[in-house]
Design a protein around this ligand. Sequence first.
Ligand SMILES: C[S@@+](CC[C@H](N)C(=O)[O-])C[C@H]1O[C@@H](n2cnc3c(N)ncnc32)[C@H](O)[C@@H]1O
Length: 214
Amino acid sequence: MVDKDAVRRSYDELTDAYAAQRTEDGRDAALLTTFLDSLPDSPRVLDAGCGRGTPVLSRASAKGDAVGLDFSRGQLRAAAENAPGASLVRGDMAALPFADDAFDAVVAYWSLIHLPADEHPAVLDEFARVLRPGGRVLLSEGTTAWDGENPDWLDTGVPMEWSIAGAAATREHLREAGFAVVDEWGTRSSLKADRAEEAEDRTPWTFFAARLES
Ligand SMILES: C[S@@+](CC[C@H](N)C(=O)[O-])C[C@H]1O[C@@H](n2cnc3c(N)ncnc32)[C@H](O)[C@@H]1O
């Protein structure tokens, strides 16, 4: 099972390597644009696991009042440069330091997959708590459940860990947290390095858009 402190330490070291691999024009960026355009005017958006603040936080802050949350100091330092209009908060997605009903939308791109799968329902409960009724969520998960680690992620010598609940479980967790799933898409990775490995499997990742029912 994922060691969250180890994940946090690794992201502190990996900010630049991750940035070099992260695509800004993939399917996830297109889904984000459509999602942000569908929100009410000047939305208050939480980017949960905001990383280095792009592409999600910078685009959300151009649309309205954006808050980026991450537990890695290294990633938050980069986010302050890449999304200067956003507020930044250091914290754990499993215990959000925000009031109830504080946001119109939550985006969680490639972040839920780093928490232990048995914490994913609690994270979705937290998203529901901080969203106003009718609020929206857009998040990514792995399509198939797996747990794993890479001792040399992105050829950096830095280890990384993942815990994937899978699309079927996530669909059910969203429902249990009070969300209605509005749409879902299978996608490739947003990392250049993963593309060749994923040649055989075109949808190893699933994105969900959901609405909080009252
Ligand atoms: C793969 S990066 C994705 C960053 C960004 N969302 C993107 O789309 O490029 C995962 C991010 O989630 C953060 N993260 C992982 N687990 C977290 C947790 N429990 N609480 C807060 N942030 C977390 C990591 O520090 C990292 O910045």
